[in-house]
Design a binder for this molecule. Structure first.
Ligand SMILES: [Zn+2]
Length: 468
């Protein structure tokens, strides 16, 4: 995520809009299903007792009315005996639900959908849950004041899911610790385009409606799933190494300044690959959509298709933001925090990548970026390793102070070990989940240095260390 283009007044407005639609406390679910995976910042996100391997989403959307009709086919394995299990779903009306083809009972409380199969799923058994649903999806206002979920636009919609918004358009295990492959098919009125993660495998039009089928083979966290529906100029190409590039731009957001930035995708990915190891996915691209920036003022690193909203007031798309969202393809999308407490493992790394890019492309030095961040009081409100609450999860310390931690490690271990640490971290944890303790241990193991004092002050400590 990247908030760079928010004007000060708008940022203040959004940050002061204290709402909390996303995590309203529901009635407790039945004791034999588990809601929440124990995330310290988002206790209801995700569910216990099973591990999803694949989502098959078949969606039909009518922009004129906002009506979404969907079927989610969820392939999972039980990690314990399951007389019942929970899915996360916000709003919408649930129709028929089956487990392995047999009708299941359901109940709902807040954002928890409890599914009770006709027969308990045995521990270790694979099962397929199919959920039919429909309705007009709602937007979620997060504790930090930002908006996410299924965002209607004047010609369609765009789905943005960090941290919990994907549950506004499909039921699932909505937590980054349970990544899965996806196939997403979207049917829309003919003339519109539906873009999603991964590669476009088929399109067909009949009866005035067009279906777009998208395939993501590599594991994806639910917060990185996206669908963008509307009028798009689509450009398909390949990088020099043969990676498919799919770029969809709302015609009102087109223009040489935007396309000039988007043409840098291959160059930026090559540069990041040299630093962080091979690009972790089988395609890349971007979505630039017309979205009211008073609703969404940020760009988001959706897997293989980062989304850049723009409107008549300006765009979130610029070169530093593109560098940032593409860096997230390694840090966040491929190497994913096990809980939202580890958000700095996404944002600190993406921010540091911006600093490195700037230094190596004629801009300010990394040290100058560090000094600017060090002087900024907002960076010292809490330690990056512990945002403390959901409302802080996208605040300055997670970004700038997170990047400062990396710079301090680099100064302590030297460039050779530092860049080895970054690259091996990305390569060895490719498509996996990580936490902060694993990263600090990784730094010490690969440098042979005791860095406990550094981490105590810069990563875990309260307030600004006296010496920069
Ligand atoms: Zn980010």
């Amino acid at each position: 995520m990247h908030h760079r283009v928010l004007g000060g007044a708008l940022a203040a407005l959004l940050l002061l809009t204290a709402c909390s639609g996303g995590q309203a406390a529901p009635a407790p679910p039945p004791a034999d299903s588990v809601s929440g995976v124990g995330d310290p910042l988002f206790p209801l996100a995700g569910n216990g007792g099973y591990d999803v391997s694949h989502y098959g989403l078949v969606l039909d959307y009518e922009p004129a009315t906002g009506l979404l009709r969907g079927t989610a086919k969820i392939t999972a394995r039980a990690t314990r005996q399951l007389p019942a299990f929970n899915l996360d779903l916000s709003g919408l009306t649930v129709g028929t639900v089956t487990v392995d083809g047999a009708a299941a009972k359901t109940s709902r409380a807040g954002t928890e959908l409890t599914v009770r199969p006709a027969h308990a799923v045995a521990r270790g058994a694979a099962f397929i849950a199919t959920v039919e649903y429909s309705g007009v999806p709602s937007i979620i206002k997060d504790d930090d004041g930002s908006h996410e979920g299924w965002i209607r636009t004047d010609d369609g919609a765009v789905a943005l899911g960090e941290p919990v918004g994907s549950m506004t358009w499909f039921p699932g295990n909505n937590h980054p610790s349970d990544k899965a492959a996806y196939d997403i098919a979207v049917t829309v009125p003919a003339g519109l385009t539906a873009v999603s993660n991964g590669e476009l495998t088929a399109t067909r039009t009949s009866g005035g409606r067009s279906t777009f089928q998208w395939h993501s083979a590599e594991p994806m966290a639910s917060y990185l799933t996206t669908v963008a529906i509307g009028h798009f100029q689509v450009t398909q190409s390949h990088t020099a190494s043969g990676l498919p590039v799919y770029v969809a731009v709302d015609p009102r957001e087109a223009g040489e300044d935007r396309s000039g930035v988007l043409r840098k995708i291959p160059e930026i990915l090559d540069w990041e690959s040299a630093l962080f190891g091979p690009y972790p996915f089988s395609s890349t691209g971007a979505i630039v959509d017309r979205v009211d920036r008073e609703v969404v003022g940020y760009a988001l690193e959706n897997q293989t298709k980062p989304v850049f909203p723009g409107d008549t007031e300006g765009t979130t798309l610029d070169e530093p933001t593109l560098v940032h969202e593409l860096a997230h393809q390694w840090f966040g999308d491929s190497v994913t925090p096990r809980t939202w407490q580890g958000m700095w493992l996404n944002e600190g790394f993406a921010t540091y990548t911006e600093w490195l890019w700037d230094e190596q492309h004629g801009g300010d030095s990394v040290q100058k970026h560090f000094d600017t961040a060090y002087a900024d009081d907002a960076q010292w409100e809490f330690p990056p390793a512990d945002p403390g609450s959901a409302e802080n999860v996208s605040d300055a310390p997670v970004y700038g102070r997170g990047a400062m931690v990396l710079h301090k490690v680099r100064q302590a271990v030297g460039d050779k070990d530092f860049f080895t640490i970054l690259r091996t971290w990305a390569v060895e944890h490719r498509h996996g989940n990580v936490n902060t303790a694993e990263f600090t241990a990784w730094c010490e193991k690969h440098s042979g240095k005791n860095l406990s004092g550094l981490f105590a002050a810069w990563l875990y400590g309260d307030g600004r260390p006296k010496t920069p």
